[in-house]
Ligand binder design. Structure first.
Ligand code: GDP
Ligand code: IMO
Ligand code: MG
Length: 421
C-alpha cells in the first residue's frame, strides 16, 4: 500500500523531518513531483542535511528511495547532492533509483526561468530560478528530454535541437546575462555521473513492490497552495503538489493509496510572491520569523510569516482527502501573549470561509479569532498530556474546524522532538 505525505500550505511545512521520522515504517520512499526548488531539512544525531531531489528516506537502512517520473531533475544539482550524501557515508548507489521518465532540467531551462522572471517586472512569481517552470512547459509541450534519454546514442543531437529552440526564446526575451558554455561542461559531466546509477522503469518497479506487499511512502514537495491547479494561480509552482499528483507522478493506481497525511505549520509562511491573507507585516510577523528561523532551506530568502489560515487549511484537507494531520513548529508559538487564527475572509466586503477564485486582485480581509498564548518550552515535552492546556485547546480547535484529527505534533527540528497524540 501507499501512504501519501504532503504539505498543506505554501511549502516548507517540515515534510523532510516527518518523512525521515516516518520512514522506519516503510520499505520505499518515492518523490512524486517537483524538483530542486524543494529544500527538505532533516536533523538527527546532531547533524543537519537539506535534500532537494533525493527522497527523505535516504538516511535509513533498508529503505529504498525512488525519484519518480513526475519529478524534474537537474543532473548537476543531483550530482552535488549525491556526492554530499556519499561523503556523509550514505550508500546512495544501492539505495537510490531514478525513473527513466523523470524530465531533465537543462542549463537553458534555468536561463529561461531567469529570463521569464526578468521580463515580468513587478509581476514576478519569486521563482527559485531552478528551471522548474520551463522544464514542465517542455514536458507538457512534448519537447522535453528524460533521464532515460541520457543512455541513448542520439542524446546529444536531441539536446542540441532543444537548446536551439530555447536560445530563440531567450533571444525573444532580450536576455543576455548568461554563459551557456560554462554551464554545459558540468552538465555533461553530471550525465556521465548519473549513467552509473540505477535508472529504472519506476512504474513497473513500484507496482511490483505493491504486489509483494511492500509499503511505500509517497513524498510530496512544495505545498497544496502552490499546486498548479488549486494554488493561488499564477503565483504557484508548475506541478500538481496535491494528492492527484501521486498517481500521475509515480504511475500507481488510486486504489493503492491507504491514507493521506497532511502537514501544516502551527502558523503560516510563504516564500516568493502571491496572496497571503493572514500575512503579518509587523513586529509579530518578525517575531515569528526569528523564533521559527524562517529563512529558505534552498535559497536562504526570508520567508513571509502570518497566523494560521483555517479556510486555506480546510481547503487543502478537502482537495487532498487528508485523513491524518501533523502540526509542525508548535514550539515556535511559545511566548506570544495571544495566538490568532484566521477563521474566515471578507472578500470585497462579503464574509466567506471558501478560497475565492480571484485571489490576486480581490481585497481579502482576514477575520481572526484569538487564543490565550502559552509560555512553556515545548521542545522538551514528549507526552501529549504534558502540553500546556491553552496549547491543547488551540490544537482541539484546529482539528474541529479543519475536519481532521491531529496525529503528530512536532516541537522541534530534530527527529526526537516529536509527540504522537
Ligand atoms: P520542507 O520543505 O517541508 O521539508 O521544510 P523545510 O525543511 O524547508 O523547512 C522547515 C524548517 O523547519 C527546517 O529548518 C526544519 O529543520 C525546521 N523544523 C521542522 N520541524 C520543526 C519544528 O517542529 N520546530 C522547529 N522549531 N523547527 C522545525
Ligand atoms: P519545499 O518542497 C516553499 C515557491 C517559490 C515561488 C513559487 C514558484 O521545500 O516545500 P518555482 O521555483 O517552483 O518556479 O517557484 O513556488 N516554491 C516554494 N516555496 N517551499 C518550496 O519547496 C518551494 N518550491 C517552490 O518561492 O514562489
Ligand atoms: Mg523546504
Amino acid at each position: 500500500m501507499v501512504d501519501v505525505l504532503l504539505g498543506l500550505q505554501w511549502g516548507d511545512e517540515g515534510k523532510g523531518k516527518i518523512a525521515d521520522y516516518l520512514t522506519p515504517n516503510y520499505d520505499i520512499v518515492a518523490r512524486f513531483q517537483g524538483g530542486p526548488n524543494a529544500g527538505h531539512s532533516l536533523h538527527f544525531n546532531g547533524q543537519k542535511f537539506v535534500l532537494n531531489t533525493v527522497p527523505s528516506g535516504i538516511f535509513r537502512d533498508n529503505c529504498l528511495n525512488v525519484i519518480g517520473n513526475g519529478v524534474v531533475a537537474d543532473p548537476v544539482r543531483l550530482q552535488g547532492e549525491i556526492e554530499k550524501l556519499i561523503l556523509a557515508g550514505v550508500d546512495v548507489k544501492s539505495k537510490l533509483l531514478i525513473s527513466k521518465k523523470a524530465h531533465i532540467i537543462l542549463p537553458t531551462h534555468r536561463i529561461l526561468d531567469a529570463a521569464n522572471e526578468a521580463s515580468k517586472g513587478d509581476k514576478k512569481i519569486g521563482s527559485t530560478l531552478r528551471g522548474i517552470g520551463p522544464t514542465y512547459m517542455d514536458k507538457t509541450g512534448r519537447n522535453g528530454l528524460r533521464i532515460g534519454d541520457i543512455i541513448s546514442p542520439t542524446f546529444e543531437i536531441q539536446y542540441r535541437e532543444l537548446v536551439l529552440k530555447h536560445l530563440k526564446l531567450i533571444q525573444n526575451l532580450s536576455y543576455t546575462d548568461f554563459d551557456l558554455a560554462a554551464l554545459e561542461t558540468p552538465f555533461f559531466e553530471s550525465l556521465d555521473f548519473l549513467r552509473t546509477f540505477q535508472l529504472i522503469d519506476s512504474e513497473y518497479y513500484l507496482n511490483d513492490a505493491l504486489k509483494q506487499g511492500k509499503k511505500i511512502l509517497a513524498e510530496g514537495a512544495q505545498g497544496s497552495l502552490l499546486d498548479i491547479d488549486f494554488g493561488s494561480y499564477p503565483y504557484v509552482t508548475s506541478s500538481n503538489t496535491t494528492a492527484g499528483g501521486v498517481c500521475t507522478g509515480l504511475g500507481i493506481p488510486p486504489r493503492a493509496i491507504r491514507k493521506v497525511i497532511g502537514i501544516f505549520k502551527a502558523y503560516c509562511t510563504r516564500v516568493g510572491s502571491g496572496p497571503f491573507p493572514s500575512e503579518l507585516m509587523d513586529e509579530t510577523g518578525e517575531q515569528l520569523r526569528q523564533q521559527g528561523n524562517e529563512f529558505g532551506a534552498t535559497t536562504g530568502r526570508p520567508r513571509r510569516t502570518g497566523w494560521l489560515d483555517l479556510p486555506a487549511l480546510h481547503y487543502s484537507v478537502m482537495i487532498n482527502g487528508v485523513n491524518e494531520l501533523i502540526m509542525m513548529k508548535s514550539d515556535v508559538l511559545s511566548g506570544f501573549e495571544e495566538v490568532k487564527v484566521c477563521t474566515s475572509y471578507k472578500v470585497n466586503g462579503v464574509e466567506t470561509t471558501q478560497m475565492p477564485f480571484e485571489v490576486v486582485s480581490a481585497s481579502i480581509e482576514p477575520i481572526y479569532e484569538s487564543f490565550e498564548g502559552w509560555k512553556d518550552d515545548l521542545t522538551i515535552i514528549r507526552d501529549f498530556n504534558n502540553l500546556p492546556d491553552s496549547f491543547k485547546s488551540y490544537c482541539h480547535q484546529i482539528s474541529e474546524r479543519s475536519g481532521c484529527k491531529i496525529d503528530i505534533i512536532s516541537v522541534g527540528p530534530d527527529r526526537e522532538e516529536t509527540i504522537k497524540c
